[in-house]
Design a protein around this ligand. Structure first.
Ligand code: 5GP
Length: 180
């Protein structure tokens, strides 16, 4: 089915930027890297809600390791701007001590969310922590992060779809859209 090139979500318009097919190709590439790097290990994936729920579902189905997944919820965004303040909404309810952990994030923007999460997780003494993100805006990074797995780098524009929202809406598009 032909997808719409321009969509309106609430008061803003968005144009298609990365197709579902292109996203899935990159997700497969990253999953292959994880399968190779974690061979013989049983990692626990920690997906950051809400934005990563579709990415996590697609990524996990490409992982062929014996692994677990759990979900945490943090938020630093209001509308289309990062507030810089991170509110922990749902905490960790899985024992990660001594386990290899892979954080699954939809998008790294300033990096503050992941930096805060790393601090919290390190307190639980996991064996290791890697970051896996669908999208990265390199020009917005404010902290020094070692992002081992990244599907796509994108410019500093607000994006929506494939799990990412604008004020709660737009998560259900198959492709990724950029604000116009
Ligand atoms: P950071 O702490 O890295 O600045 O922000 C990370 C969070 O902000 C992401 O998990 C995501 O929820 C949200 N975010 C950052 N950039 C965008 C964007 O372009 N679009 C949407 N929908 N959310 C974003």
């Amino acid at each position: 089915m032909q997808r719409k090139r321009i969509i309106k979500v609430k008061d803003k318009s968005f144009t298609i930027s990365i197709s579902e097919r292109a996203l899935k190709r990159q997700i497969k590439r990253v999953a292959d890297e994880i399968n190779r790097d974690y061979e013989g290990k049983n990692p626990i994936f920690l997906a950051v809600l809400n934005g990563s729920f579709i990415f996590a579902a697609d990524l996990l189905r490409e992982i062929n390791l014996a692994c677990e997944i759990s979900f945490v919820k943090l938020s630093s965004y209001e509308g289309v701007n990062s507030t810089g303040t991170i509110h922990e909404l749902i905490g960790l309810n899985t024992n990660i001590t001594g386990r290899p952990v892979i954080i699954v994030e939809d998008i790294v923007d300033t990096g503050l969310t992941i930096a805060r999460m790393l601090e919290t997780l390190k307190g639980h003494n996991p064996e290791s922590i890697d970051i896996c993100t669908l999208l990265l805006k390199p020009s917005k990074l404010q902290v020094n992060l070692n992002i081992r797995y990244c599907c796509r780098q994108i410019p500093d524009d607000f994006v929506l779809g494939y799990g990412l929202d604008y004020d709660g809406f737009g998560r259900n598009t198959k492709d990724l859209y950029t604000i116009i």
